[in-house]
Design a binder for this molecule. Structure first.
Ligand code: GLA
Length: 728
């Protein structure tokens, strides 16, 4: 397994020696220019005569930039600290050991190191001239993908702890006539709704204060367009995504000069951090992607980057799962589960995933009020244990996976009876529940060891388990820890995340062959740091395909389709073909007791899975995705996926509402204009004949893209899947 970088394991690193090149160092005489470049974008920084670091530019690489100003306005400082002349929202705020609430950051040095032909790391050291306090701005530029990863390391050698009140990962500035911000807002069951607005002067904050399951109302990601609303396939668009599963804050300040600063990082709310001497506080990484080919180009940059660097085993095919959650909920026994394996086999699924409800004996997990925390197999429901189930699955040539939620506990559990002090709660306050559960305090070393044990005790004795779904079903409402000292209570939500990443890494490193799904009651946890340890994530408990079109559309702006799980279920009671055609555009799976489908429905699902395995999976999971018609803009949605060599593509069209006549043609994108493609409608119901005029015709890529194909759809929940294969 390739882990992208070391930040996840080194949030607070003990450093032995402080580099004392600070107070005496004079401001550099000549301005220093620092360029952080990808293939098509550039971030350019420079030092002013005052020794501070300023931002000159971020955008398309240009041959000529105007000369840097010797005395730039303080508003353009790249990583402004509070308290000494900077009058706007600061990137950093510290109270030094002697009580001084101001910080001054002067350029000290920088270095750029090539990691390989695609990646270069730049580190810029800034120092306070009066305190042994340093901030290193770190960048990793990914050339081909036009992605810049940015994080900050703060450390000091003062006699006592320095209190950090703000610690942005990034705070770049932008200059334009107007700023258009797109966010993915929502809630449980309606995740990732796109919303765009023009920013007015003042501060617009997008944040989460939920601590754990922190992304329930929005994932930590946004788009910025600087010249009017973002367009799909043209214009400059910048995307930001914070690699942090906890509370985050994006503060967009349009100031008195109409400049925009985007402050991005851990939410400082209630999180003042006492940084001890000789330790490094490393912020989570902020990922910036840039494109001049609109939102579509930007998403494809994010997707390519994520497959290579931003998620676990990005090139590995994601298996087709059959999950039993919607099929049985908590009501099952061994015979029932084994019977579901037969359904999984009949459909051609790769793996069966046993969801919640398999554990707890004194307090059997027969509903969500009890048993969470007691990770022993329920001997009444599953008398022969997990290995027996894995073996039965293997006999049918399917893999076996399991659900866990290692961070949580029900009060009605043996774990809580034994360790009531292990939960996050406030003293003297009545416990507040959500789904009748509490969060284990991962800052406590015994809890960290317990969470590792849950993983080890589940996976080590059952080597037949090849998949884990890791869930997280509540957020923090009373952020107190009986482990942390009184003056460090505000460390809770930050230290929790570092410990969580450690436990996730433990699972990924110790069980490299076990694939993993990130889940948090839907997408309450969807970030590129967690995805280092996971292959895919569950975007919503809402599996109605009509809603899923929007949810998958939203997440697709940042995450590649192979990361976004899409299950065929019965939610919404939509026609089976429509349901299958929507699920085909992500990491396909099923959640249904197969025996409840009619034979014809079963045949349709089996044909869909076979098609996915044999002809579509590589296109969807590894190809370039083009969003052709937005579900937000009309009564039809369409998207296509093109193989990297442009020899194959697949087009999906969904009719969302009734129309008097068929809407006009859908124009695919991404094809090779010079190639000739055979056009075929696929995933047709058994014995049905295609009504597509171009079915089985050979047409040039140029004319397909300019003339389009005419979908014969007029009624809501009709859909069409078309394959294009280049004729050699
Ligand atoms: C969450 C998940 C579901 C399922 C249940 C089990 O809601 O999102 O998919 O795993 O928990 O309790």
């Amino acid at each position: 397994m390739k882990i992208r970088h070391t930040f996840l394991s080194l949030c607070l690193v003990l450093t032995t020696e402080f580099d004392s090149a600070h107070a005496s160092e004079p401001a550099p005489a000549a301005p220093v220019t620092i360029t952080i470049a990808t293939a098509r974008s550039t971030l350019e920084l420079y030092t002013g005569a005052d020794g501070r670091l300023y931002q000159r530019y971020y955008g398309a690489t240009r041959a000529h930039l105007s000369a840097p100003k010797a005395k730039p306005a303080r508003e353009g400082e790249f990583h402004p600290p509070a308290g000494n002349g900077f009058i706007l929202e600061p990137a950093l705020q510290a109270t030094h050991a002697d009580g001084n609430t101001s910080t001054e950051l002067r350029y000290a040095s920088h270095e750029t190191t090539a990691v390989d032909a695609n990646i270069a790391v730049t580190r810029i050291k800034l120092q306070d001239p009066e305190y042994p306090f340093a901030v290193t701005l770190c960048f990793r530029a990914y050339r081909a993908e036009d992605v810049i990863e940015q994080w900050v390391e703060i450390r000091h050698d003062e006699p006592k702890a320095v209190r950090l009140d703000r610690f942005a990962s990034a705070a770049p500035v932008f200059q334009a006539d107007s700023y258009w911000l797109t966010q993915l807002q929502g809630d449980f069951m309606r995740e990732a709704e796109l919303q765009e607005e023009c920013l007015a002067p003042g501060i617009k904050v997008l944040d989460s204060k939920l601590g754990v399951r922190a992304h329930q109302m929005r994932p930590p990601a946004f788009l910025l367009s600087l010249a009017g609303p973002a367009r799909e396939e043209s214009g400059e668009v910048i995307g930001g995504s914070l690699g942090w599963a906890g509370s985050f804050q994006f503060a967009f300040e349009v100031d008195h000069r109409r400049q925009l600063r985007a402050l991005c990082g851990i939410n400082p709310f209630g999180s003042a951090y006492q940084l001890d001497p000789a330790r490094t506080f490393r912020t989570p990484p902020m990922f910036w992607a840039w494109s001049d080919a609109g939102k579509g180009g930007l998403s494809r940059n994010f997707h390519r980057w994520a497959r290579q660097y931003g998620m676990r085993d990005g090139a590995k095919p994601r298996p087709v799962l059959l999950n039993n959650w919607e099929a049985t909920y908590f009501k099952f026994d061994e015979a029932k589960i084994v019977s579901l394996f037969d359904g999984a086999k009949e459909l051609g699924a790769d793996l069966f995933l046993l969801d919640d409800g398999w554990f707890g004996n004194k307090h059997p997990r027969d509903d969500d009020h009890r048993g969470l925390g007691d990770w022993q197999v329920n001997t009444k429901k599953l008398p022969h244990g997990l290995s027996y189930l894995a073996d039965e699955a293997k006999k049918r040539s399917i893999g076996f996976g399991i659900w866990i939620e290692p961070e949580m506990v029900n009060p009605l559990s043996e774990l809580f009876e034994q360790h009531p002090d292990w939960v996050i709660r406030q003293p003297k306050r009545e416990l507040q529940f959500h789904r009748d559960q509490l969060i284990l305090d991962l800052t406590r070393p015994e809890v960290q060891a317990f969470a590792r044990r849950v993983i080890d005790d589940t996976l080590a004795p059952n080597p037949g388990i090849s998949y884990v779904k890791w869930d997280c079903n509540r957020y923090v409402m009373q952020p107190g820890s009986s482990y942390l000292p009184a003056d460090r209570q505000t460390h809770l939500l930050i230290d929790y995340q570092w410990a969580l990443y450690d436990v996730m890494r433990h699972m990924a490193e110790k069980y490299p062959k076990v694939m993993a799904m990130l889940c948090s009651g839907g997408a309450g946890r969807a970030d590129f740091s967690s995805m280092q340890f996971f292959h895919s994530f569950w975007p919503s408990d809402n599996t109605d395909p009509m809603q899923r079109i929007y949810i998958q559309w939203g997440f697709g702006h940042f995450f590649p389709p192979g990361a976004v799980i899409a299950h065929i279920t019965d939610k919404g009671h939509r026609p089976i073909k429509f349901t299958c055609d929507v699920a085909l555009t992500g990491a396909l799976g099923v959640d249904r007791d197969v025996s409840r489908w009619t034979p014809a429905e079963r045949a349709t699902v089996a044909a869909t899975i076979a098609l996915y395995h044999n002809r579509i999976r590589d296109l969807v999971q590894q190809g370039d995705q083009y969003r052709l018609e937005s579900p937000y803009e009309g009564k039809r949605a369409a998207l296509d996926y093109v193989s990297p060599d442009r020899a194959r593509a697949v087009l999906f069209v969904y009719q969302l509402g009734e129309t008097a006549a068929t809407l006009g043609p859908v124009k695919p994108r991404g094809l090779d204009p010079a190639q000739r493609y055979r056009v075929r409608e696929i995933n047709l119901p058994a014995k049905a004949k295609s009504r597509l005029a171009l079915h089985d015709q050979v047409v040039s890529g140029a004319s397909l893209m300019s003339e389009g194909v005419q979908p014969p759809l007029r009624h809501a929940v009709e859909s069409l899947v078309v394959e294009f294969v280049a004729e050699r």
